[in-house]
Design a binder for this molecule. Sequence first.
Ligand code: ZN
Length: 430
Amino acid sequence: MIWNEARECMSRDQMTDLQGKHLVKLVGYMYRNVGYYRKKMKKLGLEPGDIHGMEDLGKLPFTTSEDLQDTYPNGMFAVPTSKLVRYGTLDSVSGAELIVGYTQNDLNLWSECMARTFAMAGLNKNDVIQIAYEPENWAEGLGLLSGVEKLGATAIPVPADQKKDLMSSIRKFHMTGIIGTPSYLMYLARMIEKKGMSGGVLKAAVCGGAFWTDKTRKKLQDAIGIKMYDIYGMDELMGLGVAGECRCQKGMHVQEDYFIAEILDTETQTAVADGMLGEIVFTTLQKQGVPLIRFRTMNITRINHEKCECGRTSARIDRICARTEDIVYIRGNSILLYSIENALTELREIKASYIVTIKKQHGLDVVEVCIESKRLQELLQSDNGESVKHRVEAVVGKIIGMKPKVYIHEGQMTRLYNRRKVTIIDERRF
Ligand SMILES: [Zn+2]
């Protein structure tokens, strides 16, 4: 079931038009009500009249986590306390506490996003859904609860640390859905696998805060016999429900009438093409309490604007795979540093340490891999190390999409930078 077909299935042109209209309103609203953001705009010589639609989004200044800290506790609030109905606290990226505030309209928006997300997972008003909220994050649980209620389903809120009651709850309430973390679902999978228990009439699970791989998810799905759906959100933006996954499980649909999602090159802060990795930056289009324009999430993902097989046209984002410091661009390709690191670490037969250097030569990006090994003589013995070099060249080349220059360090072991097995240095940043 598509919860809000008019919004979730509109054409790309209609959506861009709608977003543009909301953006124009939002910029005026922020300029009038948030002095900090007004100053940022003035610094760039921008006035609300300069923003006519989505085509002008790139002109607007970013909002960062530091901005939220600098204006703590309420410098980014756009309404007085009398208009707020709820406060929330959250930990920023740097660990500092931040305060957010919601108007009634903000809470309504949240429950709408949640209801859409649950409907994407195939849940409806006939379902009995357990919300296993993390006790330290119970405010998030309130958002989830409001979504289940909006859906018209029956909610069973429980703290996630009371796992032992899970199996009896499944039987007692004829639970058909679970909203919880992957570790909570792992517990259920263990019970079913090892103790021969049954998942009853369970049909779907929605997993928040899921840093898992597709392989792990598949294993859990097979063990429990249900589908598990990703959900994305950040407390700064609203909470969970900014994006959610449909039955196709090919990315999470962004609630685009409420949030503009941009994917930007982490170095140039310009838009990257669909399918390319970059930092996801959000603008909250209709929030009133603490609206954010171009909020830098530091999260890395990719976006796809193609229509989904489920019928929805809203853009889909992949599960967050890294943070901004984990990505580099080499000759226009986005590369995750850990993918180079993992590939080299897996070459166990070589028993070496590596220094990977990314640099510019004659205006072109080049990559050099230096192999350091205690078995230096052994490596050089038979064919002057050529077979080892070829192996490393192939493994790294596959990831970066070009041939790296590989050499074996023949001097004294340097271990210049640290004791890591793989050290990556991007000289272009110096
Ligand atoms: Zn879909």
